[in-house]
Design a protein around this ligand. Structure first.
Ligand SMILES: C[S@@+](CC[C@H](N)C(=O)[O-])C[C@H]1O[C@@H](n2cnc3c(N)ncnc32)[C@H](O)[C@@H]1O
Length: 282
């Protein structure tokens, strides 16, 4: 399936692998229905009413539920378990093994580090704005080298990293141009920036005809970006500074609950962005 983009596509590889049995998909959809049938009534009374009223005054109002999850890492891990059901770390299987000095942006509680515990040649530096998550990850023995900071300004020297990875956090970053500019500074020449993120399958009923992404305030996920594959590629290409180029985008629709939900069916993308060597032409 080729991605439509108005920008040069000659350097972009697209591979699509969909490997879910129809029975598995039915089962995931059934679990999704049960999940909402059980959780929606109490959730609605407690969170949704307050959220609907407050977002009228402040579109960036953060729901009670989102704030609760941000305070309690165990709740975050429970929601990751449910959303990635039946394999809580399945989403990271799509990520090739990382090597070298790697900055992990939005590391959360260190679920990727847990998955990567057998990778031998990688040294992670783990950055997040949520200090509670960082401390929890440290206590669990998953996170070392923690940096409590946002990605727009990181107190590390120029050209510090071989790779920078955004694992399931890119849609939470509000200002991508600023983030990419800082990544360009932090990456070594020839280094790579990997983005692993879910995007919406427009063709399966999101109802939005998207040429660009949009920001939504979700009562269960906070203020996030939503993209289709096409919108994601266009948005990334339009946000990259001089010296960074998108070289590959691959898609893998893995069988987990988030991807087969009923409202916004999704798929997982891995985008690879490379920092050009000095003097290298575009
Ligand atoms: C959905 S969680 C993903 C966590 C982790 N990567 C995982 O896969 O479990 C998104 C994370 O991004 C972090 N985050 C959001 N905005 C950020 C920013 N501007 N800079 C750094 N981290 C950010 C949040 O605090 C949160 O821990």
């Amino acid at each position: 399936m080729a991605l439509k983009t108005t920008l040069p596509t000659s350097t972009i590889r697209h591979q699509v692998s969909r490997h879910s049995s129809p029975l598995g998909v039915l089962l995931l959809r059934f679990i999704y229905l049960m999940y909402y049938a059980l959780l929606y009534p109490p959730y609605y009374i407690w969170n949704k009413r307050d959220f609907s009223a407050k977002t009228k005054k402040n579109p960036f109002y953060v729901s009670k539920l989102v704030r609760l999850v941000e305070k309690h890492p165990r709740l975050y891990e429970l929601s990751m378990f449910v959303l990635n059901f039946p394999h809580p770390t399945a989403v990271y299987r799509f990520l090739p093994e990382l090597k070298g000095k790697v900055l992990q942006v939005g590391c959360g509680t260190g679920l990727l580090n847990k998955h990567a515990s057998k990778w031998n040649d990688v040294e992670f530096f783990n950055l997040d704005i949520n200090e509670t998550y960082l401390r929890y990850g440290e206590k669990k023995g998953r996170l070392r080298n923690c940096i409590h900071s946002g990605i727009y300004q990181v107190e590390m020297k120029d050209r510090s990293f071989d790779k920078i990875v955004f694992a399931r956090c890119f849609h939470h970053i509000r200002h991508h141009k600023k983030a990419f500019k800082e990544c360009a500074r932090l990456l070594k020449a020839g280094g790579e920036l990997w983005i692993l993120d879910p995007v919406i399958l427009e063709e399966q009923g999101s109802g939005k005809q998207m040429t660009a992404g949009y920001m939504a305030n979700s009562s269960i996920d906070g203020v996030i970006w939503r993209f289709t594959k096409e919108a994601f590629v266009q948005h990334v290409q339009a946000s990259l500074p001089e010296g960074l180029e998108l070289v590959a985008v691959t898609e893998n629709r893995q069988p987990h609950l988030t991807n087969y939900n009923l409202k916004y069916p999704q798929t997982d993308l891995l985008a690879i962005i490379r920092k050009r060597n000095e003097g290298e032409k575009q």
